[in-house]
Write a new protein. Structure first.
Length: 130
């Protein structure tokens, strides 16, 4: 299984351009090897918790209009990640989808954007798939 720092770097690199992405899409993107569902859940939970704790990312949800994201606090972001099983559902084809909408969006902080640029400059785009 990939280590936490590796998964954190993968998450940040995927967030670098857009600055945000929904949780299921990130989960479908960051894993390169065959891993069990439990390993994937544990890996993304741990990686996101570390990124939130380091003030590199936060969780956000669509506002009532669905046109804007509303970022939530560090504490609430941690709580969402603790309840990851409610937000990641495995499809029969082995890919991830979300639970009830709105799906959590992972957004980079300014500090996270800077770190993401360093990761991409150092490692390149989707280095884990090459």
């Amino acid at each position: 299984m990939e280590d936490e720092t590796e998964l954190q770097d993968r998450l940040l690199s995927e967030l670098e351009e857009a600055g945000e992405e929904n949780l299921p899409t990130l989960a479908n993107t960051i894993f390169a090897e065959e891993m069990t569902v439990d390993q994937q859940r544990a890996g993304i939970r741990s990686a996101l918790a570390g990124l939130i704790n380091a003030d590199l990312v936060r969780v956000a949800f669509d506002d009532a209009t669905g046109r804007e994201l509303r970022e939530i606090s560090k504490e609430l972001s941690e709580r969402v990640i603790e309840q990851l099983d409610d937000h990641l559902v495995l499809r029969s084809d082995g890919t991830w989808t979300g639970g009830p909408r709105p799906w959590p969006e992972v957004v980079t902080t300014e500090k996270g954007k800077a770190r993401a640029r360093v990761v991409l400059e150092t490692r390149g785009y989707q280095w884990w798939r090459q």
